[in-house]
Design a protein around this ligand. Sequence first.
Ligand code: ZN
Length: 98
Amino acid sequence: MAKKRTKKPKISYLTIDLREYVSRYVALSQADMYWKGDCPFEGCESDDTFMLSDHLHIWHCTSCKRNGDIVGFVAHKDVCSREEAYKKLLEELPISCK
Ligand SMILES: [Zn+2]
């Protein structure tokens, strides 16, 4: 018998490309295996301290020490909870991914 599962759309690097999304807010330039740019977060805004890894799908800032995944990026950018950030991302997804 099949188990009933609550259908919760999953946001991952499969549905949203982290670098594509972040580059809407940060001008990224390639540095070896990473991408870097100015930190977009309030109270930091340091030059070239924001690093992003394409293959690990994570980012971090060496100045303010914030780090995370794509949901974390939205949460820090919009200063909201991960739950809210998750919802915002869902709204931005193309219909075909929902
Ligand atoms: Zn920072």
